[in-house]
Write a protein that binds this ligand. Structure first.
Ligand SMILES: [Zn+2]
Length: 407
């Protein structure tokens, strides 16, 4: 088989296109596959009607390497003159419109991007950062354009910080599939309203519940746009607030003890933040004495552990009674941060009880949280908000990202 036929076969080049020549540049470690289009009328890319040729433009596309040699497909691409649509470049079967890469090459880049950072992919495939970023951005655009109208029953809303925690995005996901449906700017009501406004009345009426943090902007946007959906304050977020209150108690007490020369609480932060069953055995022993002590943080911790077990109730009546008991216990605790946490719980109790009623588990918010962490770690930081948003859609959007080309 001659090299022209070989390349035509492995690249899937077929009539009206054919491989005219294959040039190997040994010094530059490059292969140029020259492809030509046979004479005659061609379909208009807009309407599909067969039209006369107008002129042609020389173009090239990076393709999969031939061994270690970078391989390019080169062609004079004809333009046709359509009576209805005017002059247009014809579609080529190996690449999407406007791309400098063949569809197969873009698929390779997309596959690698699922496993590695833009920097790593660029280095391995000998591309520039911007080229890889461009393929990623187009993949997301394509995936979003293809996505069928979503019908989430329960959605999860969360804010995520990036760039040294000063900037935020609002993320909306489908609680059942875990797919990210929307990423909005900042953590204002507008970020969530943008998503709600994109839904049809039918889509809106299908949303039974919205799980979120106790964040006024999200609550207000949801009450306004989805008045029939239940607002759910999930375990992940509520326990985060209570855990932060425990840590405040610990910090203040540690400072007071240190002033008296007592180092009991030095280095104890994670003992009190970690769930007890997740502690290593030797840490558990260490913790036991602290927990049984008369320290303020021991009482705060007991409150937190009790609250953790209130999520197990299946019956609304029991759940309400026990949460109310917890609130009054916390308010009598003489620990200011715990009293404030109790007031927050009291003000949001209906939404907390909705977590019991709807059975929305911790998995939604916690799962999203850990997947976002993975996206962040892989990228080692994001230059700007758009890049962060794109990466979230790319990795967590459940989108069909690959280019599709047809002759
Ligand atoms: Zn046309």
């Amino acid at each position: 088989m001659r090299d022209r036929e070989l390349y035509a076969k492995i690249m899937g080049i077929s009539t009206p296109w054919s491989v005219e020549d294959v040039e190997v540049d040994l010094a530059g470690e490059k292969v140029l596959v020259k492809v030509a289009c046979k004479d005659g009328p061609l379909p208009c890319p807009e309407c599909g009607k067969s039209c006369p040729r107008y002129d042609s433009r020389s173009r090239s596309w990076r393709h999969l390497d031939t061994m270690q040699f970078e391989t390019f497909l080169v062609a004079d691409v004809p333009r046709v003159k359509c009576e209805k649509d005017g002059v247009h470049q014809v579609k080529v079967p190996w690449a999407e419109k406007g791309s400098h890469f063949t569809a197969m090459f873009e698929c390779l880049v997309i596959d690698w991007l699922k496993e590695a950072s833009i920097e790593a992919v660029a280095r391995q495939l000998r591309m520039t950062w911007d080229q890889v970023d461009g393929i990623m951005a187009r993949a997301v655009q394509r995936g979003k354009a293809r996505r069928a109208p979503v019908r989430p029953k329960v959605i999860g809303v969360d804010e995520k910080a990036f760039k040294k925690r000063h900037e935020y995005v609002t993320i909306v996901c489908d609680a059942l599939t875990g797919d990210v449906l929307h990423v909005g700017d900042e953590r204002k009501a507008a970020a969530l309203e943008e998503f709600y406004e994109s839904l049809s009345p039918r889509q809106k009426s299908g949303v039974m519940g919205v799980a979120m943090d106790m964040w006024p902007a999200y609550i207000a946007a949801t009450q306004e746009h989805l008045p029939n959906a239940q607002i759910i304050f999930d375990r992940f977020h509520v326990m985060k607030h209570i855990g932060e209150a425990v840590d405040q108690v610990r910090r203040v007490e540690n400072r007071e003890l240190l002033r008296l020369g007592d180092r009991s609480l030095v280095g104890s932060k994670y003992l009190f933040l970690t769930n007890h069953e997740d502690l290593a055995p030797e840490r558990k022993r260490l913790f036991k004495d602290l927990k049984l002590s008369s320290l303020q943080v021991a009482r705060a911790y007991a409150l937190k552990e009790t609250a953790r077990h209130l999520w197990g109730y299946k019956r609304l009546g029991w759940a309400r009674r026990n949460w109310n008991q917890w609130i009054s216990w916390a308010r009598r605790s003489r620990l200011e941060p715990m009293k404030r946490a109790a007031a927050t719980v009291r003000d949001h109790l209906d939404g907390i009880l909705n977590a019991v009623v709807t059975g929305v588990s911790n998995a939604v918010a916690e799962g999203l949280n850990s997947r976002i962490q993975t996206v962040k770690q892989r990228a080692c930081g994001f230059r700007n908000r758009e890049r962060f948003k794109n990466a979230i859609y790319f990795h967590l959007g459940g989108l069909d990202l690959y280019p599709s080309v047809s002759s």
